[in-house]
Design a protein around this ligand. Structure first.
Ligand code: FPP
Length: 249
């Protein structure tokens, strides 16, 4: 195994993950889907910890999409319960390791107790600097873009903004993700080759990595393989390979 060949100096600054396959993991084992989500929560803990150890600065996790509200009530309730448990249970560790938690998505749709646990964790960890975990909750990329458009339109209406001044930087800073840099690497588990409404604006130049591993089975080795794959790629941002060789990066 070539895991030792990971180059710590060329890690992606921002890794985003579409955590898929909890349901299939459970069904394959004759367990309830909720059991799959429970085990998926353990993968979240393992991957956050490993990313921190390696020195990944930003980790975005697609924990609950706007479409997920249409799942059966008991599954939605169980997911909300797991999120609340995660937030309460990991707070001390986040403080110990300098992890800042932020969220993207429409927080107003979350149950009050989850919203409270989320806001408490965000407030508590606000000044932490080692790593930022971005939880996407009640999130979809298109919904985020709609809410960004509303923010800009309100500012223009209130004459705080000239529409001709709107540029890519201004759009980016009015998204929920604000000043967070774009993901360098987007991982999706469970073999599906889709982006499913995650970070649509932000992944314009991200490297995409798909693995058949189901999220509850995604652990240290799988993250390593994704990072090694990323390091084998040449990121050109629309330029030629020769142009990049001539530059410092
Ligand atoms: C996809 O599996 C996963 C989700 C809908 C939610 C992700 C949630 C967790 C990992 C658990 C808790 C999260 C945190 C942050 C503690 P799926 O149910 O769509 O799987 P399937 O496609 O096999 O049915």
């Amino acid at each position: 195994m070539e895991l030792n060949s990971l180059d710590k100096a060329r890690l992606p600054q921002h890794v985003a993950i579409i955590m898929d396959g909890n349901g299939r993991w459970a069904t394959l084992r004759g367990k309830s889907r909720i059991e799959g989500h429970r085990r998926g929560k353990t993968s979240v803990r393992v991957i956050v910890e490993m990313s921190r150890k390696l020195g990944v600065r930003y980790l975005s996790l697609y924990a609950f999409s706007t479409e997920n509200w249409f799942r059966p009530h008991d599954e939605v309730d169980a997911l909300m319960g797991l999120l609340e448990q995660y937030l309460a249970g990991e707070r001390a560790k986040m403080m110990r390791y300098g992890i800042r938690l932020v969220s993207i998505g429409d927080r107003s749709r979350l149950p009050l107790s989850v919203k409270a646990a989320l806001e408490e964790t965000i407030e508590l960890t606000r000044a932490n600097q080692r790593m930022t975990v971005v939880l996407a909750l009640s999130y979809s990329g298109r919904d985020e873009i709609v809410r960004m458009a509303r923010r800009l339109a309100r500012e223009a209406r209130d004459r705080r903004l000239d529409p001709d001044e709107i540029d890519e930087r201004m759009v980016a800073s009015h998204l929920d993700s604000g000043e967070i840099p774009d993901p360098d690497l987007l991982i999706r588990t469970s073999g599906e080759m889709r982006v499913s409404n995650f970070l649509l604006w932000q992944i314009a130049y991200s490297e995409l990595y798909f693995t058949k591993t189901l999220w509850p089975d995604f652990r240290r080795r799988d993250l390593m393989l994704a990072l090694l794959d990323y390091q084998r790629r040449e990121r050109r941002f629309g330029r030629t390979g020769e142009q990049l060789q001539g530059s410092t990066g």
